[in-house]
Write a protein that binds this ligand. Structure first.
Ligand SMILES: *Cc1c(COP(=O)(O)O)cnc(C)c1O
Length: 355
């Protein structure tokens, strides 16, 4: 730390992104990216747009929001586009939480929530998930705080039904409820239709997981017109050009090919179920997932050991050094071929270690 660093950030513990190693080619099953490339029209659209890079992008993202409207059936005034959904989360925390409206989220969830809370000096409470890692909706009912829930949750992959979400939203009418749907396209059901009924519901999504654009940084928020206006107040006070030209164009092209991405999601779901079954056959405890990853642990090998042994064999998975989940690994669901390599590698590890 330099002696110039502001005291207000002195204790800040930054988010630790999953490894993006450059030393060798790994089978990357650690950051929930898509194993499939963007649809072919994306590259062509980006190339064409690159000839206009001397010009600023449209801060309102009008064309992109129009395309979003068509795909999601939402009025464009109910949409804000962002530089990755992490930015929407930060803006939403800035806009809808403070000393008077502290945050509440599960103890096991997306690691960025406590970081954004600390960054913005918002008090927060972590509510323990039940022993099976599910969320108890009663814990959030009429809680009178700004609620943030990832649905499906990360890193568990568990999906919370819309009845429970609606109960949480309707019982906290004086607070925003933020539902982070980064993984919604892999078998969950979006809370988006509820935004028409509840003015306190914000639904956040991303192109990073189901639409193969993690590297482009594109996310979005859906909600009541006034919520979106508040978020735009924050956005225009930080970076109105948050979605650059190339990314906006890539997003438009991707939305026009929506069927390609949704079909990829069905392939991932199939690979997920097959891999989950294979891991159970190997004795793993597997949490039922509606996401593009599997959260699993083995009684035969600790989480850290399995992570290291797989890394040695060229397969990267994610592990969290956190009390309740230290023996779990979070494994991104890739292609059928990648998943076979994963389960074969685990069998080899068990054999080599006499487990
Ligand atoms: C990946 C992820 C995000 C953010 O993704 P972006 O790449 O910033 O759009 C948000 N929430 C959860 C739970 C995630 O896993």
């Amino acid at each position: 730390m330099s002696r110039f660093f502001s005291e207000k950030y002195a204790g800040l513990e930054p988010y630790t992104p999953g490894e993006q190693p450059q030393d060798r080619a790994y089978i990357k099953l650690n950051t929930n990216e898509s194993p499939f490339p963007p649809s072919v029209s994306v590259a062509a659209a980006v190339k064409e747009e690159s000839e206009l890079l001397q010009l600023y992008c449209d801060p309102e993202c009008r064309e992109l929001r129009e395309e979003m409207s068509k795909v999601f059936g939402v009025n464009s005034k109910n949409i804000m586009m962002v530089n990755g959904s992490d930015e929407a989360l930060n803006f939403a925390f800035m806009a809808f939480a403070d000393q008077k409206r502290p945050l509440v989220f599960p103890d096991i969830t997306y690691g960025f929530y406590p970081v954004f809370a600390q960054l913005n000096r918002i008090p927060y409470t972590e509510i323990p998930l039940k022993s099976d890692f599910s969320i108890n909706p009663a814990d959030y009912t009429a809680i009178n705080k700004t609620v943030v829930i990832a649905n499906p949750n990360a890193p568990t992959g568990l999906f919370l039904g819309l009845d429970a979400i609606e109960q949480i939203v309707s019982s906290n009418p004086d607070n925003a409820v933020i539902i982070d749907e980064a993984y919604i396209d892999f078998g969950g059901e979006s809370a988006l239709p509820l935004t028409a009924k509840y003015d306190n519901l914000l639904v956040i999504g991303t192109f990073s997981k189901s639409r193969s654009l993690a590297g482009a940084r594109l996310g979005f928020a859906f909600g009541n017109e006034k919520l979106i206006a508040d978020l735009n107040t924050i956005r225009y006070s930080t970076n109105p050009y948050n979605v650059n030209r190339l990314t906006a164009r890539a997003g438009i092209a991707a939305l026009k090919d929506n069927g390609y991405y949704m079909n990829n999601c069905r392939i991932i779901e199939k690979n997920r179920e097959k891999t989950a079954a294979a891991l159970k056959d190997l004795g793993f405890t597997v949490i039922p997932s509606k996401a593009n990853f599997i959260f699993a642990k083995s009684d035969r090998i600790g989480g850290e050991k399995l992570y290291s042994a797989l890394k040695e064999k060229g397969i990267l998975v994610r592990r969290f050094n956190k009390e309740r989940i230290a023996d779990f690994c979070r494994i991104t669901v890739g292609t059928d071929e990648q998943m076979t390599l994963l389960t074969d590698a685990i069998k080899t590890i068990f054999k080599e270690m006499n487990l």
